[in-house]
Design a protein around this ligand. Structure first.
Ligand code: BG6
Length: 503
């Protein structure tokens, strides 16, 4: 169904707008979610004309192969305004253009403001939206904001207060693009639509949970940003803690955004707040050195552009969260993420407990051995699907066991045609559905957890660099599990090591 709205994109010339937002808007247009009654104002400092802006828009949707008339018609809804975020006069121009487009396209006062720029500007933009009367009284006014949402609890709280002075919580859509990913959304379905899992989803049957967000890429040209963020704030504070919450939350009473949010917040509140000593025991940081994988040489983090030669910023984090509630008491949630690891892969392994006794260990090979544990793996990306490893009987005489895998992967065709995360999130925002966005209570709890880790780390100097590019992180990340008698279920580096492609 068509949605009437005016999008105002602050940071309209930026990378995010060009790579993600414009193609997503085009996809929505193609599907009919946007049709005649929509317009987009792109604003940024650069002095572009509408014509030039529209050419850029056409360029950004090239890969989607629009035909000429489709492209022209879509691009004709885009307008550009050169804008200094601190200058009130510019907001007056924005208001005039917004009102004019509202009338021309019959937008009923529905406005969506997308802040795709550095958070230090959020406060002044929202204040001006109010003081210069851009916010309408007839339709809805929604604010969509990109991360980072602050750089610690205090700054996030301050930012939140500034925004909440103008927009009520239900109109604020804080983007965590992982929440738009198909398989992240599938976590709830796997859990709550399958009795065989939900009935085992607790500390009686699950031994540990492992969440890996590994990236093969280095920091690329984002050294400037990353030097102030590091892996902890870039990935753990937002994406990883959101996934922990989705995996650990109680069954919501209904699948409404309020019920889900309440359950997620409860989990985040139950995550143990570590004292310094516990942070040191339960969290490991790393920074990549030079390395060679499969014949390719990689430079060290400290040699990347815009990175200090003696940088102490982590490019890798592994850690153990404990959730102090009835369901999860005693079950470690291991997480790890990093740049320049062996492979790009986001996956979750749910490792079930051993059967109480291996009754098959009368076979010679199995004597004294435990059976491999059942593992449910959720593949988030690059492949999408899930698998379950079980034990079966080896064909032939006797009762030798062997692991078998029930494996489901979405076909490449299905994943290719499934909506991109940003497309889904934009449509959710248009529909006023905030289920897949981060509520302030979630952000606040996440910062409380992360601040303790950061604060402890800031007291000591790490021995960086400590892992070679192309590996799965420093030794400490393996020791972290080994000291509880566990190991990472996913170790893609082994494949390369066995073939002499990684040292
Ligand atoms: C972003 C981080 O939030 O997520 C990046 O800032 C990271 O550092 C990216 O590379 C990973 O997202 P995706 O969708 O490519 O897995």
């Amino acid at each position: 169904m068509e949605q009437a709205a005016l999008f105002t994109i602050f940071g309209g010339t930026g990378d995010l707008a060009q790579r993600k937002l414009y193609p997503s808007l085009f996809r929505l247009y193609r599907k009919g979610n946007l049709a005649k009654h929509f317009a987009v104002i792109g604003t940024a400092r650069r002095p572009w004309s509408d014509e030039h802006y529209r050419e850029v828009i056409c360029e950004t949707i090239k890969d989607l192969e629009p035909n000429e008339s489709e492209k022209k018609e879509f691009a004709s809804h885009f307008y550009y305004l050169s804008h200094d975020v601190n200058d009130s006069d510019h907001y007056d121009q924005l208001k005039a253009l917004s009102d004019q487009l509202d009338e021309k396209y019959e937008l009923q006062g529905n406005r969506l403001y997308y802040l795709a720029m550095a958070p230090q500007f959020f406060g002044t933009i929202v204040n001006h939206l109010k003081s210069q009367d851009i916010i309408t009284t007839t339709g809805y006014n929604r604010l969509v904001i990109e991360k980072p949402f602050g750089f610690d609890y205090d700054s996030a709280d301050k930012l939140n207060n500034q925004i909440r002075n103008v927009f009520p919580e239900q109109d604020i859509f804080r983007i965590d693009h992982y929440l738009g990913k198909e398989m992240i959304q599938n976590i709830s379905v796997i859990r709550f639509a399958n009795n065989i899992f939900e009935s085992l989803w607790n500390n009686r049957y699950i031994e540990n949970v492992q969440i890996t967000f590994s990236e093969a890429l280095g920091v690329e040209d984002r050294g400037g940003y990353y030097e102030n963020s590091g892996a902890l704030k870039d990935m753990v504070q937002n994406h990883i803690l959101q996934v922990v919450a989705l995996l650990a939350m109680e069954v919501p009473t209904s699948f409404s955004n309020q019920s889900i949010r309440e359950e997620k917040v409860k989990v985040l509140q139950a995550i143990r707040r570590y004292e310094s000593e516990e942070v040191l025991q339960n969290f490991v940081r790393g920074q990549y050195d030079t390395g060679t994988l499969d014949g390719k040489d990689f430079i060290a983090y400290r040699d990347e552009p815009k990175v200090a030669k003696d940088s102490l910023m982590e490019t890798f984090v592994a850690g153990k969260f404990l959730i102090d509630n009835f369901r999860w008491s005693g079950v470690p949630f291991y997480v790890r993420t990093g740049k320049r690891m062996t492979e790009k892969g986001t996956r979750i392994n749910i490792v079930f407990k051993q059967v109480p006794i291996n009754v098959f260990n009368f076979e010679q090979e199995a004597a004294g051995k435990d059976l491999p544990q059942n593992i449910l793996t959720i593949y988030i990306q690059p492949t999408e699907g899930f698998s379950l490893t079980l034990n079966g009987k080896k064909i032939g005489q006797g009762f030798k066991t062997e692991p078998v895998k029930l494996d489901f992967r979405q076909s490449a065709e299905v994943t290719e045609n499934s909506p991109e995360a940003y497309e889904k999130l934009l449509l959710d925002a248009l529909n006023g559905d905030s289920t897949n966005f981060s509520h302030w209570d979630e952000v606040a709890n996440s910062w409380e957890i992360i601040d303790r880790i950061r604060h402890t780390w800031d007291q000591t100097t790490p021995g960086f660099p400590n892992y070679a590019a192309g590996t799965m992180g420093p030794q400490g990340a393996f020791d972290l599990l080994a000291k509880n008698g566990h190991e990472w279920a996913w170790q893609p580096d082994q494949w390369y090591r066995e073939r002499g492609k990684l040292k």
